[in-house]
Design a protein around this ligand. Structure first.
Ligand code: ZN
Ligand code: ZN
Length: 341
């Protein structure tokens, strides 16, 4: 089968390879991949900013059809439409595994970084971490379940957003626009902040129900920006760039809640004394729990979250370079690659 493989460190060490078609172990399922989204994490792996276990097929935000089930599996059958949690390998015994915090297990290997992922015709995953896609959700939409599950973890499981809270979402990429929608589903009023590069994304934020949008590097918006400093209950930093983190800290009111969602890919300068003097609560959110997936699929099924407008491009896997370029140059929203096209 063909797969997009990163073979080792270095941005040039990536390309399409022929791999043996895998098969399902006794507690696993083999999934024929429909579509896989390109994630910021994939770009970090490409640039050696996120750990990976080379050589490895990338891709973790996928939807697909069950092709084969392991001998012990009775709750799935060939043809079922599925998505799955990414933590394919864990120890199963540590404090974190026992508390559902699979992403924190020392032995965790996730699809697309630790073990072969879904930028491939087939992917093998544990049946236990596989979920059926609600009938009213298309396969393309379902490919966004993984980022949505991560946002459920951020907004519902790590943070608390109360009805009527005023909330900043900084960084209107896919993650930011999903965060906005989950916050809105929790009753929060969202102001989305971005740069002049994000104008189209900010317009979409507005269409998706944002109370306000602000272009932080637009001179004409500085007065408005200054007038709302120190007024927000909660801030979600979704862009993974230091000036955005700083901006969130200033926008929060004293005792506000700061939630780090984006990955910086490097150490950053952060004004912790300012956070201390404002008694800011700081929390971080990393990947998802199995419970996050259940909630994410409910949010999709009930149409409280609409991922359709977030899908901007669909390309065959062969055009992965074009897809990565679009993501790196912020030329679209979510780019899906189709390995079986
Ligand atoms: Zn992702
Ligand atoms: Zn463990």
């Amino acid at each position: 089968m063909k797969a997009l493989v990163k073979k080792g460190p270095g941005e040039e060490n990536i390309g399409l390879e022929q791999l043996d078609k895998p098969s399902a172990g006794e507690s696993e399922v083999l999934v024929k991949v429909h579509a896989t989204g390109i994630c910021g994490t994939d770009v970090h792996i490409l640039k050696d900013e996120y750990p990976a276990n080379y050589p490895v097929a990338l891709g973790h935000e996928y939807s697909g059809y069950i092709e084969e089930v392991g001998s012990k599996i009775t709750n799935f059958k060939k043809g079922d439409r599925v998505v799955s949690h990414t933590a394919a390998v864990t120890c199963g015994n540590c404090y974190y595994c026992k508390h559902g915090l699979l992403m924190l297990c020392e032995e965790r290997k996730s699809i697309g970084s630790g073990v072969n992922g879904a930028f491939a015709e087939y992917v093998v995953v544990p049946a236990e971490l596989t979920y059926k896609i609600p009938e009213n959700i298309s396969m393309d939409e379902a490919a966004l379940s993984e980022p949505l599950a991560c946002i459920v973890r951020s907004v519902i499981e790590r943070a608390t957003v109360k009805a009527g809270d005023s909330v900043i979402v900084s960084g209107p990429g896919t993650i930011g626009l999903l965060t906005q929608q989950v916050v809105q589903a929790s009753g929060g009023n969202v102001t989305v902040v971005g740069t002049s590069q994000d104008r189209a994304r900010l317009e979409l934020a507005k269409e998706l129900g944002a109370m306000d949008i602000i272009v932080v590097d637009d001179e004409r918006e500085q007065e408005k920006l200054q007038s709302i400093m120190g007024t927000f209950d909660v801030a979600f930093e979704c862009s993974g760039v230091a000036p955005s983190a700083d901006n969130c800290l200033h926008l929060l009111k004293k005792t506000g809640l700061y939630v780090q969602v984006g990955l910086f890919g490097k150490k950053i300068l952060f004004d912790h004394d300012l956070a201390l003097m404002k008694e800011i609560n700081i929390t971080n959110s990393y990947a998802s729990e199995p419970t996050s997936w259940v909630r994410a699929l409910q949010l999709l099924e009930s149409e409280k979250v609409n991922v359709k407008p977030l899908i901007s491009n669909k390309l065959p896997l062969e055009e992965w370079e074009k897809g990565f370029d679009i993501v790196m140059n912020k030329g679209g929203f979510k780019v899906l690659l189709e390995p079986n096209e």
